[in-house]
Design a protein around this ligand. Structure first.
Ligand SMILES: NC(=O)C1=CN([C@@H]2O[C@H](COP(=O)(O)OP(=O)(O)OC[C@H]3O[C@@H](n4cnc5c(N)ncnc54)[C@H](OP(=O)(O)O)[C@@H]3O)[C@@H](O)[C@H]2O)C=CC1
Ligand SMILES: O=C(O)C1=N[C@H](C(=O)O)C[C@H](O)C1
Length: 250
């Protein structure tokens, strides 16, 4: 069987350099291009890339995806900073490029995806919930894409269960003390030297606390998810949001 021809955009970064190694080591994939900042996107078409792994920066990702979609190159995207507007723009582009697929994965870590799923399941059983994400200080954005997605999934589950706002008697506070409000769920971002990528979801009710925690100890932990995305996106046209869609969880 022929190998899938893969390019990495953001190849010299923390994630991109791991992805270059992981793709290079996979028997069924061939690394055909590794682009850093300033490299021409035309390299992707010249190299015959079928899938681009996009691991750059929220300011760069839309331009890179525009090129990929225009040229029928599937994309597996780890870059964060997704808003409803950005997603709508991308969906619109994909509508006019039938056959091309884009996976956006807020987190490629298998345990992180499971944390989101379990948080969604737990949400309706607890009155209170808060999300704490903890990352290395070189991270460009806050809160993390994973934390935003986790909070959105929790908020949706609470709404579907008919739960109202969670109790919070705070009347005065220093701005920011209660974190960011994502769909009614407080999200707190810690940046600390020594950390990689971590998240806790704290649920509380009368007399009990339920905590979900996930730790990525290094960036190779994300690579099985990246490779899964590459293998599956070639037969998944349109926009897929979340690696769970390729994990056969149900
Ligand atoms: N989904 C997931 O599981 C994960 C997602 N991420 C996300 O991935 C993204 C990258 O993270 P990380 O690797 O830590 O960041 P880094 O800053 O280490 O790497 C990003 C790299 O992309 C380069 N770059 C920026 N713009 C372009 C461009 N237009 N073309 C080519 N290269 C470009 C940067 O170059 P320069 O240094 O010159 O700016 C840098 O080398 C972030 O959004 C992060 O949140 C991270 C970990 C896991
Ligand atoms: O920048 C990072 O490091 C990470 N970014 C992603 C996010 O914002 O959720 C995934 C993971 O948390 C690591």
């Amino acid at each position: 069987m022929s190998k899938i021809r893969v390019a990495v955009i953001g190849a010299h970064g923390r994630m991109g350099s791991e992805a270059v190694k992981a793709v290079g080591a996979a028997d069924d994939l061939e690394l055909v291009a590794a682009l850093g900042r300033g490299d021409k996107l035309e390299t992707l078409t010249e190299a015959g890339a079928q899938v681009a792994v996009e691991l750059t920066h929220p300011d760069s990702v839309m331009g890179n995806l525009e090129f990929c979609v225009t040229n029928g190159i599937h994309a597996v995207v780890g870059t964060t900073g997704w808003t409803d507007d950005r997603l709508a723009t991308l969906k619109g582009r994909l509508d006019s490029a039938p056959g091309t697929g884009v996976l956006i994965a807020p987190n490629f870590g298998i345990g992180a995806v499971l944390t989101m799923r379990f948080a969604q399941q737990a949400a309706r059983f607890f009155e209170s919930v808060e999300v704490v994400e903890l990352h290395h200080p070189g991270k460009a954005d806050a809160p993390s894409g994973t934390a935003v997605r986790t909070a959105q999934l929790i908020a949706r589950a609470r709404r579907e269960a008919g739960l109202g706002d969670q109790p919070d008697a705070t009347t005065t506070a220093l701005e920011g003390a209660r974190g960011a409000d994502v769909d009614g769920v407080p999200v707190h971002a810690v940046r600390l030297r020594g950390l990689v990528a971590h998240q806790e979801v704290l649920f509380g009710d009368a007399g009990e606390i339920f905590t979900l925690r996930h730790d990525s100890m290094n960036r190779s932990s994300f690579m099985p998810g990246v490779l899964l995305g590459v293998r599956r996106i070639v037969s998944a046209p349109g926009l897929t949001f979340g690696l769970e869609n390729f994990m056969d969880l149900d």
